[in-house]
Design a protein around this ligand. Sequence first.
Ligand code: 0GY
Length: 303
Amino acid sequence: MSQFTTDKDWLNWCPNPVKPDFKLPAGAIDAHCHVFGPGAQFPFAKERKYTPCDASRNQLFALRDYLGFERNVIVQATCHGADNSALLDALVHSNGKAKGIATVKPTVTDEELQAMDFAGVRGVRFNFVKRLVDALPFDSLEKIAERIKPLGWHIVIYFEAQDLAEYYDFFTSLPVTVVVDHMGRPDVSKSVTGSEFDLFIKLLNDNPNFWSKVSCPERISLSGPDNYTDVIPFARRVVETFPDRVLWGTDWPHPNMKSHMPDDGKLVNFIPKIAPTTELQQKLLVDNPLNLYWPELSVKTKK
Ligand code: 0GY
């Protein structure tokens, strides 16, 4: 029995998603998903801002197989703070089919970093979304960036569109590859060619070390369940402008979705709307995440 009580308004992940009509290319990678606990085995962090339902590694692996993905990139969820035990447990039990993004403090030891690297961690997440975390100060984040650089790791950043201007100079000073979660959470009530989204495009355009996940239409959309058409122009602009630096993920088990819980099969069916050609789909779902997370398996042709 877990000692944790799930938040009253928490929506559990969809237990019976549809089988997607869109057939994923062979070797497709779900490059943004999480595990929660189980709380009885991997307690949630004291400093967490939400208490989720359980979402175990075996449930994640079952979803991977059901939807037709080959591999996962598991991102440390804020409900586990900087205790990466659940993430590491998932990685070591994945049979080499999962890599991870951890959350660390500046006090992390070299031995801890080495052990995480051995288990399959390939980056750290810097989170600036205030409802999720109290972000570390820039100098602490800079220290972490310097510590992970020799390992060849990258940094995943999570922020919302209205905050990009404030963080822009810090982000572009980071010394490694940087992956932005969910296109920087654009406000899709604004124009796709307006100044706010143009700044995000400039971030990727001027900084070749920046990548973007084009995930989470269900979070970004203002148009309601299973109808995320307002997100399409934003995601397509990113996919078509930066085809070699985009990633896609389910975001299972969808933390903090309060309006509705998406069906993961329907999310997969949404992919061709944002990556309309087989070439773009191959890059988004296979080649790009392989290059970043499994370079040893990548068959990238040298130009
Ligand atoms: C996401 C989104 C959220 C939460 C987390 O680590 C987390 O707690 O990532 C969110 O609530 O927006 O990226 O899955």
